[in-house]
Design a protein around this ligand. Sequence first.
Ligand code: ATR
Length: 277
Amino acid sequence: MKKWYAVIGDPIGHSLSPMMHNEWFQQLGIDATYLPIHVKEEDLEAAVASMKLLGISGFNVTIPHKEKIRPFLDALDETAEKMGAVNTVVRLEDGRLKGYNTDGLGFVRSLEEVIGDTKRHEKVLLIGAGGAARGIAFALESIGYTDVTICNRTVEKAQQICAELTIPAQAISLNTASEQLDEYAILIQTTPAGMKNSQVTIPFSLEKLKSSAIVADIVYNPLMTPLLQAAQDKGATIVSGLGMFIHQGALAFEYWTKQSPDPTAVKEQLLTHLGGN
Ligand code: ATR
């Protein structure tokens, strides 16, 4: 019987997940379809119960439901528990729905696709201390990064994440980060700055950025954010958010189907779709 999958969010119309997952189903000859479903916050519990009743095989969860969905699921894996957020739900063999989070590891995979795995002992600066930064911090720690600093507008939120990490980590202000930028080998931008329609375009000046630095942004619309542009102008290596989007999806796909999709093949399609942004 044909299987079905979905992504739920509000809004959901612009999600690129259906394009990506349907392409992978087709490439791997899997008889399944993936639908975007618009779910308002007040309907979340009923929507989850309905999808479960109707036999959904798995789904992704996007803004604004990643945290609020937790009580409506039957189980959470350790990463989702630690992050306090779910982006992937898997229907287990006994029919129960289990929540996972592939965002952090998806980001790290996309980063290392570009820079390799030889920089794990270098200094990393995370910009922002929201859910995305939390996931990336834990993922960096889990694969062996040893030196993480988190800067945030609200320093207390950065301190909170640092306290939960087992590697030495420090929290600083955005100003301090900007002043000591030349200390960092890798910068990871996790705030909405630079996102289409966002009022903030860049978190801080990159005047002190080293030309040998690597600068990654989780924003992928537009692909070239003002931060990435400024970093490129300084000679730095840049990593756009599209890779994270693809890899978080590939990890979800692996949970659902036990098969690994080709992350590079859909990239062209997504780039074409985002072209001109
Ligand atoms: P997500 O779950 O997508 O990471 P979030 O939890 O709302 O989203 O976190 C957004 C991050 O962007 C936070 O670090 C936030 O800073 P605060 O903790 O001080 O709120 C940061 N952010 C959002 N708008 C910002 C702005 N205008 N200037 C600086 N930082 C901003």
